[in-house]
Design a protein around this ligand. Structure first.
Ligand code: ZN
Ligand code: ZN
Length: 68
């Protein structure tokens, strides 16, 4: 399954998803939605779309990376 890499590579808004439950659908910063199965300590690669959003420090949902 490629879902393991996918969920590790995407970044999420900590305000919208402060503590997602296992298997709970969450929307990544790039807009991709898939079940959350925890974080990987060493992601194989990063979603370029998510990385671009994080670099701007302003999320599509209106939150910012500095907001907790
Ligand atoms: Zn992404
Ligand atoms: Zn948000």
């Amino acid at each position: 399954m490629t879902a393991g890499i996918e969920r590790a590579a995407h970044a999420y808004c900590r305000v919208c998803h402060p503590d997602p439950g296992l298997g709970e659908p969450v929307t990544a910063l790039c807009g991709a939605t898939h079940p959350y199965w925890g974080r990987r300590e060493r992601p194989v690669n990063n979603c370029p779309a998510c990385a671009a959003v994080v670099a701007r420090a302003e999320y599509p949902c209106g939150h910012t990376s500095a907001e907790r």
